[in-house]
Design a protein around this ligand. Structure first.
Ligand code: ATP
Ligand code: MG
Ligand code: FE
Length: 337
């Protein structure tokens, strides 16, 4: 099966051709980061306009690079949600138009199911599987007892991990998105500032990062008020260690409790070198199988949408042509059974 997938939920315009939900034939990503950088974050109206400007070209490039032709396609997949409604709409209109013109099915796809199934582009998966989703808008532990069945067993009660990274980076006057810059500073540090960890209730798989973020912001403000020079590296390292400690500990506890055969890391923050290192070492020590997609499949891209859409396609579960963008689309409800 050959799926053309489209992703426009935030600030990446992307199209990909994916075979059998597992093989990436092409994956073209056009990032708008340079456009949003000077605003310190994504500006929704600008994001929509930029998607409109690039979507046709990106889709054509994806087809061309795949080595296939339009008539070879079996289905069109597109991110239905969650995301910015105006941005989602651009991809959805393009997908519907193409599905109608080629007379092939449309598959509305969940963005986070996409992040999770980016792992299927890396290897075959065994179930039950546990996914640690760490992205700009989500921090979740998702149990899959079988393929395509999603149960969210833990979520953030305030900021997402990526959001905390971006806010801390902004306070340190680093460019947007801040995650990679904090990652780099942390790696250069000789020591770490001691910062709190939010474990919440003993049996909870939920997360909370706003307290940590506030602790970092107050350390920055205090140093500025006292006219002291701030050791940004140690602060970045302390912040990163606190985030990683909680993520890794809870993920491994969840793997054990639910007897998951595999831990799948995904989302933009999965690109974090510190997190990859600590998680790899901990999983090795505990005998847990870990899958981490390459960097390019961790941040937003359409190939992951094609991988998730295949779950529906192989079961003949298609969307109507009047499908609407759904900024609050539920992952559990998007499950295949
Ligand atoms: P969502 O998927 O929840 O809708 P999103 O699509 O905006 O949100 P992603 O594109 O998956 O999020 O990830 C972007 C986030 O990843 C940003 O917050 C960015 O700072 C963070 N990020 C990227 N690289 C790194 C890194 N090396 N270390 C930490 N964070 C990183
Ligand atoms: Mg993005
Ligand atoms: Fe994302």
């Amino acid at each position: 099966s050959l799926i053309l997938a489209i992703e426009t939920s935030c600030d990446e315009t992307s199209a990909a051709v994916v075979e059998d939900g597992a093989i990436v034939r092409s994956n073209v990503v056009s990032s708008q980061i340079d456009v949003h950088e000077r605003f310190g974050g994504v500006v929704p109206e600008i994001a929509s306009r930029k998607h409109v400007e690039s979507i046709t070209r990106i889709m054509e490039q994806a087809i061309e690079k795949s080595g296939y032709r339009m008539k070879d396609l079996d289905a069109i997949a597109v991110t239905q949600g969650p995301g910015l409604v105006g941005a989602l709409l651009v991809g959805i209109v393009a997908a519907k138009t193409l599905a109608l013109a080629l007379d092939i099915p449309l598959i509305g796809t969940h963005h986070i199911a996409g992040h999770i199934y980016a792992n299927r582009l890396q290897q075959e998966l065994s179930y039950p599987a546990m996914a640690l989703v760490v992205s700009g808008g989500h921090t979740e532990l998702v149990l899959m007892r079988s393929e395509g069945r999603f149960e969210v067993i833990g979520r953030t009660r305030d900021d997402a991990a990526g959001e905390a990274y971006d806010k801390v980076a902004r306070a340190l006057k680093l460019p947007y998105p801040g995650g990679p810059h904090i990652d780099k500073l942390a790696a250069e540090a000789d020591e770490a500032v001691a910062l709190p960890r939010a474990w919440l209730e003993a049996d909870s798989y939920d997360f909370s990062f706003s307290g940590l973020k506030s602790a970092v912001l107050s350390a920055i403000n205090q140093a500025r008020m006292k006219g002291q020079t701030l050791d940004e590296r140690s602060l970045a390292r302390g912040f990163q260690e606190s985030v990683i400690d909680v993520l890794v500990t809870k993920a491994l506890r969840a793997v054990k409790q639910y007897e998951a055969k595999e831990l799948l890391l995904c989302g933009g923050v999965a690109a974090n070198r510190g997190l990859r290192e600590v998680l790899t070492a901990s999983c090795e020590a505990e005998g847990v199988r870990l899958c981490i997609p390459p960097h390019t499949l961790c941040t937003d891209n359409a190939a992951m949408i094609g991988a998730a859409a295949y779950l529906k396609q192989k079961r003949g579960l298609y969307s109507d042509l009047d499908m609407k963008a759904d900024p609050g689309l539920s992952l559990e409800k998007w499950s295949v059974e």
